[in-house]
Design a binder for this molecule. Structure first.
Ligand code: DMJ
Length: 429
């Protein structure tokens, strides 16, 4: 397979423009663009401009100055957080707070920082629980909260954004609240060092004790490592090292057909199932970032198999039988993200080839007349009327960076938040 990096980078950029133009034409100012019905979609009663904020730094990195400026104007003119809506603390943090902070760092306009501060102040009441772990939803206007049953990913994927805001504003409250939440969660790990899937943040009691590296848990581990690397926070280093040791001991599963991670009971380590999720494909990138390249490479080979067995990646498989458990493809980035990290660390052309295969299948099966659509099923390839903002924030960004010239972004000087928003390490001197 021939790899022409320059051509591929240009191709990704053109596909980004295809998706962004669809958004601009049919959904400008709204949260998302629905690519089949060609209609706008808002997550809540009012728009929070999720797609333009999430996509902003991708446009900066791709050098799309005109579109970047249009998005910026829209954000400054339209965006207000003074809205009587209950929002997801996790989603709004990783997409909007992370997006605004990275926009500020790349663009320099202080209005981005002001918006970040305003948003974070409105999210802070979420941490007013008995344990300090956040409620799932908070009302941006009133500070009222909802959702005491939360999960490790939504509790533990806040410190990169909140911590960065503390570094940028000099106000420690953001760092302190998000870190307390992380520590409180970590402190409730089981005797064998694992966390479960859901927990009551008022009582601190686990509700569902299934442990995995997938849905509802994945980015908790990611942020233990990234918070250590970004802030040089030694508590996070210790929490990361202790946690990942248990994960590798109890969840890793070497089979004839590859290296996988299973589901176990958090107290006993007893096997529950052999499901592997598209979300767990972020782990090769996490292992690579932590210095464990051997494990990263092995797991990425399995993730590649998960994608190529079905021509495009299903949401869940049973790796024991290699049968699909959940057939949707949500335009997710994780498998691509890991190929990008592995290429960065190894310079092995194999990862460029992987990226090319991923790109070609996304174009082949998900491209629509004026955007990109999720798949209802990777078997029938029937499309679904949704183009999540992370397709522009992450999937296309990682594809672009995989092929783009080296000077597009200095990888070693940044940490990507879980939504692919790069945060410069030097804000944390
Ligand atoms: C994104 O919002 C983030 O990457 C998150 O950590 C997981 N889900 C989506 C992408 O799949």
């Amino acid at each position: 397979m021939e790899i022409n990096k320059k051509e591929l980078a240009e191709k990704v950029k053109a596909e980004f423009m295809h998706a962004w133009n669809g958004y601009k034409k049919y959904a400008f100012g709204h949260d998302e663009f629905r690519p089949l019905s060609k209609t706008p979609y808002d997550w809540y009663e009012e728009s929070l401009c999720i797609t333009p904020i999430d996509a902003f730094d991708t446009m900066v990195l791709m050098g799309l100055t005109k579109d970047k400026n249009e998005a910026k104007q829209l954000i400054f003119e339209e965006l207000s957080f003074d809205k009587n809506i209950y929002v997801s603390v996790f989603e709004i943090t990783i997409r909007i707070l992370g997006g605004l902070i990275s926009a500020y760092l790349l663009d320099g306009n202080k209005k981005f920082l002001k918006l970040s501060e305003d948003l974070a102040n409105r999210l802070l009441p979420a941490f007013n629980s008995k344990t300090g772990m956040p409620f799932r939803f908070v009302n941006l206007k009133t500070g009222a909260v909802r959702g005491k049953i939360n999960n490790p990913a939504e509790i533990g994927t806040l410190l990169v954004e909140f911590g960065s805001l503390s570094k940028l504003t000099g106000n420690p409250v953001y760092y302190d609240r998000a870190k307390k939440a992380l520590v409180e969660l970590y402190n409730r790990r089981s005797k064998i060092g694992l966390v479960g899937t859901t927990i009551n943040i008022e009582t601190g009691k686990w509700i569902n004790k299934e442990s995995s590296i997938g849905n509802k848990i994945d980015s908790y581990y990611e942020y233990l490592l990234k918070s250590y690397l970004l802030f040089k926070d030694m508590d996070c280093k210790k929490m990361w090292e202790t946690s990942i040791k248990s994960v590798n001991k109890y969840l890793a599963d070497s089979k004839n057909n590859g290296y996988w991670y299973r589901q176990v009971d958090m107290d006993t380590g007893k096997k529950i199932s052999t499901k592997f999720e598209a979300l767990a494909a972020v782990f090769p990138s996490i292992f690579a970032l932590s210095g464990d390249l051997t494990r990263a490479k092995k797991l990425q080979d399995s993730c590649f198999k998960m994608w190529t067995t079905f021509d495009i990646e299903p949401e869940q498989i049973d790796y024991k039988t290699m049968k699909i458990k959940l057939a949707i493809y949500r335009l997710r980035p994780e498998n691509i993200e890991s190929a990008y990290y592995l290429y960065h660390y190894t310079k092995d052309e194999k990862y460029l080839k992987m990226g090319k295969i991923y790109l070609e299948s996304i174009i082949k099966y998900c491209k629509t007349e004026e955007g990109y659509a999720e798949l209802k099923s990777v078997i029938t390839k029937e499309k679904r009327d949704r183009m999540s903002s992370f397709f522009l924030a992450e999937t296309l960004k990682y594809l672009y960076l995989l092929f783009a010239p080296k000077n597009t972004l200095n990888f070693d000087k940044i940490i990507f938040n879980t939504e692919a928003h790069p945060i410069q390490k030097n804000i944390c001197k």
